[in-house]
Structures are given as structure tokens and as C-alpha cells.
Design a protein around this ligand. Structure first.
Ligand code: ADP
Ligand code: MG
Length: 184
């Protein structure tokens, strides 16, 4: 599989084209590090400790470095109003993990910090939510993984922390982060 990717990249095509030639559900690692943006949120327990722990855990993932982390911003809950305020943050990673591998790693960090999807309601309170926002210039829409994250461009609680560390980051198909926030 690395061959397909290496070929696609060597000819100058982007990740979207390279991935379109790779069957889905095949684990592949990116041949070169890419930049990925992550949204962090917590509204249960010691919220700042959960975000700190998540940043450390992401920076400790194999083939991954933490490039930047925003400050933590308090935001009102969206969706289910019957829950406390969130603490939100954003992070930039440099990673060689493939998109599905990165999402699986983020979900295992969530589980390691008290997240129990089986017992929670959609958009209800959670100790830790890690969303994969942007992965290089990749556009992907599969049942368990959509990139860019499908609701990020309309969520101030995602864009406000992200603009602090990556105002010029282009969300594929949507535009630069700073423009998206200004348009809300
Ligand atoms: P939300 O983050 O929207 O509040 P959850 O954290 O419960 O909701 O995630 C619901 C599902 O969204 C997960 O099971 C995951 O497979 C899926 N998902 C699809 N695309 C993404 C993405 N880019 N980042 C994180 N989860 C995603
Ligand atoms: Mg999530």
C-alpha cells in the first residue's frame, strides 16, 4: 500500500487522490509526516487535567509529535443543554499515522481517560472528546470517519481555540480557519 501512496505523492498529487486508489479499511501509514488538527473537549470531572493528559498522550503516540496546543477556553454546551460548560482546546500534530490509525489512537486516549461511549448520550457530557478535524489536504467520507470533520466549520467552540494556533490552516473545501471563524 505504501507503494500506491509513494507513487501518488511522487507525482505531485495530493492525499485525496492518493487515498482514492487505496481500498478502504486497509491500514496504511503515511509515508511522510503530515499535519493534523485535533479538537479537544471536556465537561466532566477535572476538565483541565483531562485536556492536559490528552495533549501529553497525543505527543507520546508513535511516529507523532505535538507541534502546538492552544490555551483552554470555556464554552457553553451545544446540543444537549442539560450539561455543564466545556473546556475546549485545539492541537496540531505532525504524524506518520494513517487517518484511521490516528482516529483509533484518539479513541483509545478517550477510553483511557474515562470516556464510556456505551453509557453516554449523543452530544451529552463526556470526560474527553477528541475529534480529528483536518488531516493534511485529505477529504474522506466513510461511515466511521469523515475528514475534514463535518461540523467543525460551524462550531465556534472548535474554531476559537484552533484560530489561536493555526489561523491560516486551510480546511479542505472550506477555507482558512480565520475566515471560517469570521464568517460565523
Ligand atoms: P461528537 O464528537 O460529534 O460529539 P462522538 O465523539 O461521540 O461525537 O463521535 C461519534 C462518531 O464520530 C465516532 O464514533 C467516530 O467514528 C465518528 N467520526 C467520524 N468522523 C470523525 C472525525 N473526523 N473525528 C472524530 N470522530 C469522527
Ligand atoms: Mg468526538
Amino acid at each position: 500500500m505504501g507503494f500506491f501512496l509513494a507513487t501518488g505523492l511522487a507525482t505531485g498529487s495530493g492525499y485525496a487522490e492518493a487515498f482514492s486508489r487505496v481500498p478502504s479499511r486497509v491500514a496504511i501509514d503515511a509515508p511522510n509526516p503530515v499535519t493534523a488538527a485535533i479538537a479537544l473537549g471536556s465537561n466532566l470531572g477535572d476538565r483541565a487535567s483531562y485536556l492536559d493528559a490528552a495533549l501529553r498522550a497525543m505527543g507520546s503516540l508513535p511516529h507523532t509529535a505535538l507541534l502546538a496546543a492552544s490555551e483552554f477556553l470555556e464554552t457553553e454546551p451545544v446540543g444537549d443543554p442539560d450539561q455543564g460548560p466545556y473546556l475546549n482546546a485545539a492541537a496540531l500534530l505532525r504524524t506518520e499515522l494513517a487517518p484511521h490509525g490516528l482516529l483509533a489512537a484518539l479513541q483509545s486516549i478517550e477510553r483511557a481517560h474515562g470516556r464510556d461511549r456505551a453509557r453516554e448520550r449523543r452530544w451529552g457530557p463526556r470526560t474527553l472528546d477528541l475529534d480529528l478535524l483536518v488531516y493534511a489536504d485529505l477529504v474522506l467520507d466513510e461511515p466511521g470517519l469523515t475528514i475534514p470533520h463535518p461540523r467543525m466549520h460551524e462550531r465556534a467552540f472548535v474554531l476559537r481555540p484552533l484560530v489561536l494556533i493555526a489561523p491560516e490552516l486551510v480546511v479542505p473545501g472550506r477555507g482558512p480557519v480565520a475566515d471560517l471563524l469570521a464568517g460565523l
